[in-house]
Design a protein around this ligand. Sequence first.
Ligand code: ACO
Ligand code: ZN
Length: 489
Amino acid sequence: MMSDGHSDQPNLANANDNPANSTSTESPDTTKAAQIQKFLASPVHCKLFVQKLSNNQEYEYRKAEILWVRQTRSNPPGLEYYVHYVEFNKRLDEWVPYARLDFGREIEFPKPDQKKSKGRDATATPPPAKQQQRAGTPSAGQKRKAADEAADDKENAQVVLGGEDEDGETMEVEGDGGGGESTFSKEQEIEKLRTSGSMTQCVSEIARVKNLNKIQMGKHEVESWYFSPYPQEYAYCDMLYICEFCLCYYASHKQLARHRTRCQLYHPPGNEIYRHEDISFFEIDGRKQKTWCRNLCLLSKLFLDHKTLFYDVDPFLFYCMTVRDELGYHLIGYFSKEKESSENYNVACILTLPQYQRHGYGKLLIAFSYELSKVEGRTGSPEKPLSDLGLLSYRAYWQDTIVEYLLSTTEEVTIEEISQKTSITPQDILHTLQNIGALKYYRGQHIICLGDKVIEQWERNRKKKKRVIVSDKLDWKPLHFTPSQLRFL
Ligand code: ACO
Ligand code: ZN
């Protein structure tokens, strides 16, 4: 439990008072004091045990890395530490007071070269510049143009965040050359993100620390998961108030209330292309609805970490899912899709707002993305890398859809045929079949054979009341863009 009477600062009086102890014969107490002192002098990247609230709301000690330190506003001011729990997803990173750090156990100090490469406490250093391995990145021409213009054209600047690949390795960050030591301080870096909208320079530290605690949207209050580059005046609010229809943001409830009296929007902009029961989908062109789409990107960045986020929304279409009631069409989630994907991706980013997660909406968004691919007469796959939750959701969707198709047919089918019917790529089908152990080698050839467990699980899922996409309710033709419309200036 957190200790209450504790000051936020450690008492190092004993260690300081007794310099004689700093010899090889020093007592364990002095060694500990020296460790604490060393930690306090340079806490960033140190690893130590920290109290973390478990699922059953009890504190347990977990190893964590310190990512940042700040002064609290309490009186007298103390220090707070932003920690990443080792082997836990980054969305559980949080600010903790000094009292939750455990100095009883060994502190792991960063290796000197790590310190050098990651920067001193208050500086961030970019990783070596390498071509970023990101699928869905605009073509080289677009990228060059964007890079050329980013400096003086805020409208076209892109927000590029580093991410992790599927193996959990940190991906290289798109850079503009260099690769040497950074000259940016954290403050400069934040400023740069805000003013240029570009995260290409130094993402290493900034993107690791979340800035906003909570957002309020409609009747929901939601804790944020990750950093999002909202403008300076909103960046460190405890709560950001977001208009759930136009996605504009405000620092106080009063400001939002004033805005709501003027705001005319009751649904996302763009065309309603699907309506079934209370669920609708709107198609929004990033080029035509820049502000709305940028607001959406800022909002979704709070919950999407691993990916590059383009502030340059022109090359994307946004498919937004809403639930309707007497007050309007409330945004549940969305996916973005490149107007032209060289890699045949049918989804760039996908998100269910946390207040709606785990109700089957993610699968509904995924189903809708494949419904569009069916109309286009092609297969598609989500842009890589996938997040942990993205992978779980896609695997669940692929498994449901493929098993359903296999059980619905008595004929022999090939992977190619399943692909044609579902618009899932042969590769994703193959991986899914392998994952569920449905690919068998029999008498010299590969066959698809569903095990009893898989069928039982599918039947259990079927009994759950779940929403589905009704193909007939989709009123949509694929948009075609001329080369000049695809030139994003
Ligand atoms: N723990 C365990 N399994 C989970 C979890 C979880 N927290 N969340 C989803 N799943 C699995 C389950 O198998 C679930 O099916 P089930 O409930 O029938 O067992 C399946 O995924 C789908 O669940 P849904 O309720 O349909 O999905 P949800 O509405 O929660 O949305 C999504 C999933 C979009 C990934 C959501 O978690 C999200 O927005 N996360 C943050 C942003 C993100 O990571 N997006 C994906 C990035 S990858 C990309 O953009 C291409
Ligand atoms: Zn509004």
